[in-house]
Design a protein around this ligand. Sequence first.
Ligand code: MTE
Ligand code: MO
Length: 265
Amino acid sequence: MEPEERLMSKARKVIPGVDPKLLIKDAAKLLPNPARRLFLRGATSLGAITLLTGCDIVDEESAAKALLTISRFNDRVQALLFNPDKLAPTYPESAITRPFPFNGYYPEEDAPEVDGETYMLEVGGLVENKKPWTLEELYALPQEKQITRHVCVEGWSAIGSWTGTPLRDFLKRVGADLTAKYVWFQCAEGYSNTIDMPTALHPQTQMTFRFDNEILPRKYGFPMKIRIPTKLGFKNPKYVIGMHVLNQDLGGYWEDRGYNWFSGI
Ligand SMILES: Nc1nc2c(c(=O)[nH]1)N[C@H]1C(S)=C(S)[C@@H](COP(=O)(O)O)O[C@H]1N2
Ligand SMILES: [Mo]
């Protein structure tokens, strides 16, 4: 199904009294500057919004379509603005949020229980060495710690401590084609997501094995998650069982449900 169709099939009823112009302006506020400023300056009338998004906003459906256009505009602009060398802020130990929130598309007690003894990380796609990795082999990789902020679109953020091996070192080690466009992650419970190669190669993008100096607990993604401090929470897959280097965008759980793809912060 195309994202448009997905969105349309999920579109709610028209809410009486909701001003489509305000709705679009709220969405545009999520754009990074200077795109936000440019967009808001142009979007001063409904006529201008129609021109910018190509949609005549008459009901919830056309508003959703316009939002998708803004989201894609957002993706393009953010991909252009993404600086592969710019680091996300780091924090002292004292800033760590305790307890750190759990989030998933299900309650915490339904989080997958992965058996570390039999776990194998599958590595596929455009890589020279497709040998699967045991947890013991992964734990033997060089590791570093980062204390960074996790931002979730659902409206919370928290500072955590994650330890693991830089994803770019792992990709080089397995002979990944670093000119490929994407890395797609598969998770134990069916979650998945795709990141672009510049993000995969960002120095702070990490294959994480420990949280707060302890073995990564079940709720935070045991045995391995991908920590990306330059991306929103949903772009940080937990319970990762497969990693595939691809030139094709396979999307992901939330990406397929209309969240904007790039989702940088
Ligand atoms: N496998 C998997 N990874 C996932 C999710 C999920 O439901 N399943 N939720 C995402 C979302 S929306 C957020 S905010 C973070 C939450 O991570 P945390 O539980 O460590 O706070 O995980 C992300 N990665
Ligand atoms: Mo999230």
